[in-house]
Design a protein around this ligand. Structure first.
Ligand SMILES: C[S@@+](CC[C@H](N)C(=O)[O-])C[C@H]1O[C@@H](n2cnc3c(N)ncnc32)[C@H](O)[C@@H]1O
Length: 353
């Protein structure tokens, strides 16, 4: 899995456990369905798929759509792994051919060492030539993105790169077979507020929108460009794609975020919901509780405290590498809400406990 701010790596087991309880105690039926319209790395969507839900995963980002096509829409039990492995071996054996990626992200910026950049360029071109289906293309692109992530020189955000090459960036890039999940699923790329009203009812919706002004499109612009393969004009020290100036999400705006979230919650056709929320975000806890209670009838809040992302621990530095600011805190509080008729009877309310 790629490094991703706001990814629910630590919370996934808890979310999966809550989803399992909702499935067993509130959602009768043979084939429960779930929707994750802000799927990011697809970590949570994968956990829901493993819990037996048929998941629809979507996100605004092209790289997230590729991850969703790999981990959610692909049925791992139907994939011919030996053929796929042969293609991964073929990609791993290619010599580097420097192109846009090398020039912009390894020479003008320093996200990866140029020798790896040249191999990424060569592999990216070759994937378009050898992939025989949307599914296979997504799996190969996922393998490439995850392999590149293992040899990058960042703290997990593509707003800046490390002053000194990270030790891992000296390793030669090497693609691995993604750990595919068995079962059916659906992947989309869409704005959540546009997509949700068009979908059929689901048993469970998981909502994890961005919680502050930092745009994922800007924070992960290198993955966006790698997946789109569109060689855009780049600007600034970070060499961001020029559309980072114009591609915006309502969830990154303090003024627009609540209205967008409220309308999403009111329009989603789901029997139950799980919502993650950070106390560092735009939304107030009691507002969320009230909204979910109104929309779903019953709501339970489960707090969880965890360390902030690694950049917060390293500190704040200016471009000369001098420490310039103080990090206010290194832990934040994340809430998990579960909503739906009867949730308070089947889930312990951790606040009350
Ligand atoms: C907090 S992250 C989700 C992390 C995910 N749950 C995980 O574990 O990896 C929020 C995601 O919402 C996406 N996003 C932002 N605005 C969006 C919108 N309007 N519609 C759909 N996705 C959006 C971002 O690209 C990002 O992947």
């Amino acid at each position: 899995m790629i490094k991703y701010i706001g990814s629910k790596r630590v919370l996934v087991p808890r979310i999966a456990a809550v989803a399992g309880i909702l499935r067993d105690r509130l959602l009768s039926g043979e084939a429960p369905t779930a929707l994750d319209p802000f799927c990011g790395t697809t970590r949570v969507a994968q956990a829901l798929k493993r819990e037996g839900f048929t998941v629809t995963a979507s996100d605004m980002a092209s790289y997230a759509e590729v991850l969703a096509a790999t981990y959610i829409a692909t049925d791992g039990s139907r994939v011919r792994r030996s053929e796929l492995q042969a293609k991964l071996d073929h990609l791993n054996a290619l010599d580097g051919v420097p192109g846009y990626f090398t020039q912009v992200f390894c020479e003008e910026a320093r996200y990866f060492q140029p020798f790896n950049g040249a191999r990424i360029d060569a592999m990216r071109t070759e994937i378009e030539r050898i992939a025989v289906s949307r599914e296979e293309r997504a799996i190969l692109l996922t393998a490439l993105m995850e392999a590149a992530d293992r040899v990058d020189s960042t703290t997990g955000l593509q707003m800046a790169y490390l002053k000194q090459w990270a030790p891992r960036s000296f390793n030669p890039i090497s693609l691995r077979m993604p750990e595919l999940v068995d079962g059916p699923g659906v992947a989309h790329r869409a704005d959540a507020n546009a997509l949700v009203p068009t979908l059929e009812p689901v048993d469970l919706v998981y909502l994890d929108p961005p919680y502050n002004q930092h745009s994922y499109h800007s924070n992960y612009h290198v993955w966006e460009t790698l997946i789109r393969n569109d060689a855009p004009e780049a600007y600034g020290v970070a060499r961001k794609r020029v559309d980072c100036r114009t591609v915006k999400s309502a969830y990154n705006s303090r003024v627009a975020a609540w209205r967008a979230f409220e309308s999403l919650v009111r329009s989603v056709k789901a029997r139950t919901a799980i919502v993650s929320f950070s106390d560092e975000g735009f939304f107030g806890r009691s507002d969320i509780e009230q909204l979910l209670g109104d929309a779903f009838g019953d709501v339970v809040a489960m707090p969880h405290s965890h360390p902030r992302y690694v950049g917060a621990k390293i500190g704040i530095y200016n471009p000369k590498g001098e420490r310039v600011g103080r990090v206010s805190h290194v832990r934040n509080r994340e809430y998990l809400f579960a909503a739906g008729e009867g949730v308070s009877h089947v889930l312990p309310d951790a606040e009350a406990a």
